[in-house]
Design a protein around this ligand. Structure first.
Ligand SMILES: *Cc1c(COP(=O)(O)O)cnc(C)c1O
Length: 463
């Protein structure tokens, strides 16, 4: 990015991140339904509301920063995934995207299953009444204690991620006098078109057992021999924030290839195939996600075709969307604290949160959009960078944003599409208190995860 001396002014495009210059939007007050939760709208004064409650009232009652989650939208998206895949497939919501007891209850009511990847997520799921048989347990290094709790609870499947874990789970299941249903996670060698840190199916990485070199086939051989295990299928998760279905196509082709080899070698047809999650959502208007029914149709066709070619009965498919269910359903509400114009360089707008409530910009260079939501404005667009309050210059919420030129301290800004991987990755950096998650529906707002307090922080500090 260049730092050439330009006249101070709101619209110097030269400071935009290279390749992302698209100019100011025609109307800063417009809300793109792609990035905002379903019930979000503006009133005649330009004040944004969700679930029938306006953000000024929400800010007053719950404070800022805070995440506001559109419960109606969450349920609608969960239901859309469920309906799209029908009764011949299973949808597992990836709990790591955002998990709370209310969410677990909604998922249960809407007929979804749940992925967990730690003892904490398992405890949350069980405590909110998710039936254990509808829980899948993932992770590349589950502890023996976590495995024991999962087997004791009776989870529907454990996804095995290494040779050591095959033996570990088998022993624990045997000790407990049971046979654990398991899948083996393999890496199929696909590079999903996504950020390096969120692409997980190429082989040089910590997840899964490589198909290449026969390691996955060897894992199957070992799992089939162990009395403590019931091998029900093969699992593949190729990455996150994926829009292009071709990665899934290659993955399905290779997984089905392995199922065929297993049939030929062992005479067994494994009944299930899990294609993971990773379906992309719109963070900005430039993103064009697919609808669940299109994804379901496409994945089902791919698997059916591959299985017919391999003369295999089509296995039961499962998918694991996280972001695509919860991501678009929430926005983060911030209050503007300062607006700092650096002549010829850039305008910095500081809000009362930052990398502690949204690490994705710093971690993945993620792009977000942002809007002034406590009022409408006809002021000229001002190009700025929205930053947090943390002691870190990488503490960026939105790298390049157009906001009205009359933006002032006390205004409320909202960043949409923060339902996934924001609260769940939140930290206490600078001893900042993690924001609450407030579910809004039909004119009622309800805290589902409360704001942290200084007491909470000090309770852990026992020195
Ligand atoms: C993270 C993850 C998911 C969900 O990914 P999204 O991008 O949120 O859809 C699904 N399955 C596994 C195994 C994962 O690790």
């Amino acid at each position: 990015m260049s730092r050439s001396a330009h006249p101070a002014g709101p619209r110097h495009a030269d400071v935009l991140t290279e390749g992302h210059y698209s100019g100011p939007p025609a109307d800063l007050n417009a809300l793109d339904p792609k990035v905002w939760a379903q019930t979000v709208e503006r009133d005649e004064h330009g004040v944004l509301a969700v679930g029938g409650i306006d953000v000024k009232r929400l800010a007053e009652e719950f404070g800022t920063p805070a995440y506001f989650l559109d419960e109606e939208d969450f349920r609608a998206r969960a239901r859309a995934w469920r309906t799209a895949f029908g009764d011949d497939a299973d949808v597992f919501y990836a709990g790591k995207a955002f998990l709370s007891r209310a969410v677990v209850r909604w998922l249960h009511e809407e007929g979804l299953n749940l992925d967990v990847c730690s003892g904490g997520e398992l405890a949350t799921a069980l405590s909110a009444g998710m039936p254990a048989e509808r829980i899948a347990f993932h992770g590349n290094n589950k502890s023996p204690g976590e495995i024991r709790r999962a087997v004791e609870a009776g989870v529907g499947r454990i996804v095995l991620d290494s040779f050591q874990e095959i033996v570990r789970v088998a022993h624990i299941a045997q000790e407990l006098g049971t046979r654990q249903r398991v899948q083996i996670r393999i890496t199929v060698g696909v590079e999903a078109h996504t950020h390096e840190f969120i692409a997980t199916a190429h082989e040089d990485q910590k997840f899964g057992i490589p198909l290449a070199g026969g390691q996955a086939a060897e894992a199957v051989r070992r799992a089939l021999k162990l009395d403590g295990l019931e091998l029900i299928g093969i699992h593949s998760h190729i990455g996150s924030q994926i829009f292009d279905m071709s990665g899934f196509e290659v993955a399905a082709h290779r997984v089905v290839g392995l199922l065929k080899d297993i049939r030929d070698e062992h005479g067994v047809e494994l009944p299930e195939i899990d294609l993971g999650g990773g379906l992309g959502i719109a963070y900005t208007s430039d993103d064009d996600p697919r609808e669940p029914y299109e994804i379901a149709k496409s994945l089902t066709e791919i698997v059916t075709r591959e299985c017919e070619a391999a003369r295999l009965a089509t296995p039961r498919i499962s998918v694991e969307p996280g972001r695509a269910v919860v991501g678009p359903t929430a926005f983060t509400l911030y209050e503007v604290g300062t607006v700092k114009q650096l002549d010829g360089l850039r305008t910095y707008v500081s809000v009362d949160g930052g990398m502690s409530d949204n690490i994705r910009t710093a971690l993945y260079d993620a792009e977000y959009s942002v809007s002034l939501v406590s009022r409408g404005s006809d002021a000229e667009p001002m190009l700025c960078r929205v930053v947090g309050k943390h002691c870190e210059s990488g503490d960026i919420v939105v790298k390049d944003a157009y906001l009205p030129g009359d933006l002032a301290p006390g205004d409320l800004l909202a960043v949409p599409a923060t339902g996934a991987y924001c609260r769940s990755m939140a930290s206490n950096y600078n001893h900042v208190l993690r924001p609450p998650v407030v579910a809004v529906r039909d004119g009622e707002a309800r805290v589902i995860v409360r704001r942290e307090t200084e007491e909470d922080l000090l309770r852990l500090d026992v020195g």
